[in-house]
Design a protein around this ligand. Structure first.
Ligand SMILES: NC(=O)C1=CN([C@@H]2O[C@H](COP(=O)(O)OP(=O)(O)OC[C@H]3O[C@@H](n4cnc5c(N)ncnc54)[C@H](O)[C@@H]3O)[C@@H](O)[C@H]2O)[C@@H](O)CC1
Ligand SMILES: Nc1ncnc2c1ncn2[C@@H]1O[C@H](COP(=O)(O)OP(=O)(O)O)[C@@H](O)[C@H]1O
Length: 413
């Protein structure tokens, strides 16, 4: 099924008086190696910026130093046996046992140990990049696999199948990504996030989610590491729910893909598809009680945040199709020329209360995810408009977003 905006509702719970840093999701990351310290920085920054209550990190000294400078809230130790809701392992590992330093090799061994004890520790894991090898070397029990989300790209799917001494059955068309993801999910008994322009997510129980096609500006080194961190944080935030309903793991993984892709759309200003997606699924569930939003301070704050997000998303400009095609940047050439019939198909720029609730959830995660993507996305920005870098002046509002933390050297320009 398509993942819809409604699937994101409730996945970013706001803190309550009963909460502590431990109840708001503890993420542990073993990511980054001497060769790829950046993957550690990107994944851990993403996890810390996506609302997790507590982030612990283990990686090479360069990554630890950068994280200390930019995210002093991250604790620089993550080991087997610690109480962690969601692990993120493997980003920046060329392979668990093909790392260069003895420290990295020790961390590879830690990854195996962690993945082997997920069920005993009530933990979940996002298994990325080099850690995918664990499935070939360790004899995981099904109960542990069920707690894993693996995040391979095409090359890693092929490599993993090769390591497993397997190949796709002949009747699986090479290009059928959905069938491939499902095959792997059922073979390994885990959730598979098969990354690509249109990422597909398959649960071992046969659940399938297709995510909206992401902006192609995401095709840049490091964006998968950011996704792993966002996903770890979202799983940790929802760990209590997932203990009761483990079948939700594929939904949370797919929702993380959406947050990543929405943030990338905003960062690259390729926002037309995101806008369309948010408007593509009307929800009747929220329309009944219009008084909910009236006459309260929360209402005022809510409206302020919604207006800000609408502004960032360019929503006010959408009703005028001509303006929209000018302002939305890459992808806007797909918007058809004006005609009454086509105009009626355009989003009308109005948000229903259902949409507003969804956006409220997104507001909690997106600005932070955007910042992380901005950090990885210097190349995106440079490539996007090499002639006129000042064009991004209009995006300066992002830097001034309420509560937006100015990390990594200040606001966006
Ligand atoms: N700054 C950093 O620290 C970066 C770290 N990275 C991490 O470093 C590790 C290795 O990344 P590399 O970029 O060296 O190699 P990859 O693991 O991305 O690629 C390994 C092999 O897979 C193939 N491949 C990659 N993407 C493919 C696709 N979409 N379809 C088909 N084949 C594909 C490549 O040709 C290559 O042979 C990964 O763990 C990754 O998480 C990368 O994210 C790059 C940036
Ligand atoms: N052409 C594309 N269009 C949209 N999204 C893409 C495209 N190519 C890659 N992506 C997304 O970018 C991310 C790349 O991750 P990955 O391949 O692991 O790269 P890296 O290891 O360098 O981080 C994934 O989330 C993937 O879905």
């Amino acid at each position: 099924m398509d993942i819809t905006p409604e699937h994101l509702v409730g996945l970013f719970p706001a803190p309550t008086p009963q909460d502590s840093k431990y109840t708001r999701g503890v993420v542990g990351l073993i990511t980054g190696t001497q060769e790829y310290p950046g993957a550690g920085i990107l994944s851990a920054s993403a996890a810390a910026s996506c609302g997790a209550g507590y982030v612990r990190y283990s990686g090479p000294p360069e990554a630890r130093m950068a994280l200390l400078m930019n995210h002093p809230e991250i604790v620089l130790s993550a080991r087997p046996g610690q109480r962690i809701d969601a692990w993120v392992v493997g980003s920046g590992f060329p392979g668990l046992f093909r790392t260069e330093t003895s420290e990295d090799k020790d961390r590879g061994a830690d990854v195996i140990s962690i993945l082997s004890s997920l069920d005993d520790m009530d933990s979940f894991a996002v298994v990325d990049a080099g850690a995918l090898e664990a499935f070939a070397v360790a004899d995981f029990e099904a109960r542990n696999c069920a707690r894993c989300v693996i995040t391979p790209h095409q090359g890693e799917v092929e490599r993993l199948l090769h390591l497993l001494g397997d190949e796709l059955p002949a009747h699986y068309p090479q290009q059928n990504r959905t069938a491939t993801a499902l095959y792997l999910a059922q073979k390994l008994g885990c959730t598979v996030v098969f990354k690509g322009a249109r990422t597909v997510v398959a649960g071992a129980d046969g659940t399938m989610f297709t995510c909206p096609e992401a902006t192609h500006w995401l095709a840049t080194a490091g964006s998968g590491d950011v996704l792993a961190g966002i996903m770890g944080a979202m799983i940790a935030l929802n760990a209590a729910k997932l203990q009761d309903k483990p079948e939700m793991l594929s939904q949370v993984a797919a929702a993380a893909v959406c947050v990543h892709s929405l943030a990338a759309g905003m960062v690259s200003e390729d926002i037309y598809s995101m806008h369309e997606w948010l408007h593509s699924h009307e929800s009747d569930d929220f329309d009944d009680d219009e008084d909910d939003f009236e006459d309260s301070d929360e209402d005022a704050e809510f409206s302020k945040q919604i207006s800000e997000l609408r502004r960032l998303m360019g929503i006010p400009e959408i009703p005028d199709k001509t303006d929209a095609s000018v302002s939305l940047g890459q992808g806007s050439e797909d918007i058809p020329e004006s005609s009454d019939a086509e105009a009626s198909d355009m989003p009308d720029g109005e948000l229903t209360e259902g949409h507003q609730i969804i956006l409220m959830d997104l507001i909690r995660a997106l600005p932070h995810a955007m910042l992380i993507l901005r950090y990885t996305g210097d190349d995106i920005m440079d490539t996007l408009n090499p002639q006129n870098p000042d064009e991004f002046g209009q995006f300066g509002g992002v830097g001034g977003y309420p509560g937006f933390p100015f990390r990594f050297g200040g606001p966006l320009q």
